[in-house]
Design a protein around this ligand. Structure first.
Ligand code: FES
Length: 139
């Protein structure tokens, strides 16, 4: 009897949250979808160089955004947004990195904040990288 009442209450709370559009406040996580992620680099690097598009980037399995803004030149940032730690997306064709968490934007050239709630919290943290064989590795 008591378990039946708890189940009925949970159902009513869930229905109430959905009706009020309060999914985040009621326990469901409406987090944005994670950024596209590169597959593992077979020799222990962050990513394979071939997986990093020229003019863009990919996020490694361990959360490093590896960029190739010019052919053969690799740079990287910690993909963790300084606002509330969502992972940022690789840059678009204009060189803007977006955090879908709360829509902060960063310059791919240097990781500085353009706008959004990350303003004043510092930019993306640079990660030193180099090419080793066919992979991008931490320097
Ligand atoms: S976590 Fe990136 S803008 Fe909020």
């Amino acid at each position: 009897m008591q378990q039946e009442e708890l189940g009925r209450r949970a159902l009513l709370i869930s229905a109430g949250c959905a009706a009020l559009g309060l999914l985040g406040a009621c326990g469901s996580d409406p987090a944005p979808s994670p950024p596209a992620q590169a597959g593992p680099a077979p020799n222990g690097g962050l990513v394979r160089t071939a997986d990093v598009p020229v003019g863009g980037g990919v996020v490694s399995a361990d959360g490093v955004l590896v960029l190739q803004l010019k052919a053969g030149e690799f740079t990287a940032f910690d993909a963790t947004c300084p606002h509330q730690n969502f992972r940022v997306q690789p840059p678009d064709s204009s060189g803007t990195i977006t955090c879908m968490g709360h829509m902060s934007h960063f310059r791919a050239a240097d990781g500085t904040v353009i706008d959004g709630p990350a303003l004043g919290l510092g930019g993306l943290r640079q990660v030193a990288v180099k090419v080793s064989g066919a992979e991008v590795v931490r320097a």
